[in-house]
Design a protein around this ligand. Sequence first.
Ligand SMILES: C[S@@+](CC[C@H](N)C(=O)[O-])C[C@H]1O[C@@H](n2cnc3c(N)ncnc32)[C@H](O)[C@@H]1O
Length: 257
Amino acid sequence: MRLIVTTSQSVKKESDILKEFIKETEIEYVPRNRKSIAVLSAENDAQGIIVWHDEGPVLHVGEEKLFFHPSMAKNRLASYRKYQTEDLLIKACEIKNSDSFLDCTLGMGADAIVASYFSDKPVLGLESSFPIAVIIKWGMKTYQTRIPWLTEPIKKIEVCHRNHYEFLKELKDDSLDIVYFDPMFRQPLMASKPINALRAIADPSPVTRESIAEACRVARKKVVMKEQVKSSEFEKLNFNKVFHSPHNRIGYGIITV
Ligand SMILES: C[S@@+](CC[C@H](N)C(=O)[O-])C[C@H]1O[C@@H](n2cnc3c(N)ncnc32)[C@H](O)[C@@H]1O
């Protein structure tokens, strides 16, 4: 997918942070010149247009838009803070303050933010889709909120555009505590607006046995994978324990290493 970056109609020139973004990502900058997204897309033969707003980047792909927003993580953390609602990810991973957490499938970063909240350590998020990695990395960097309990976990996440198998192979044995996977479900649950944009550009690959073997070598405590409870992926990948709440179709497979 060819990507270009431009500014929103109201922005007249490149800001320093946009210059930094262009330098790091090497995505071609095209001045907006009052043109519509459709015109810019056609003129530049670009399937993805990143529009840089003061609040962060928004990727336009056809009719869909993708931008970082921590709404799901915020709801989960607010529910925990207010009602002590136990978060299933945290329960499955049994994250302690001192645990290092590697999210092998970052996506929109909701799970990484929740994990980051419960650990004092930085969280590393891997994402193999370049447009998603770029939007979430720079969206997290530019995101501003006055809620400190949300800002801190977001700013502690390091986003890396990497395929998790290639990355895991480079790590030493027992180098971090928890390794987590949340691949695109083999069978999508339902059409959900925020996920639609992601689905169009996400890496749909299943998690492989080789990746799980590498994850078990690298993890000191647990390897955890989210999938639909009835998915055959858990058995295929040797997850011996599957954990879920009674009314939830989503489960967490756990390998304690
Ligand atoms: C279901 S989403 C993850 C959602 C995420 N847990 C969240 O809370 O927002 C799966 C993501 O994993 C990415 N992905 C799939 N295979 C990958 C791989 N081999 N390495 C890194 N990322 C991968 C996809 O591009 C997609 O963005």
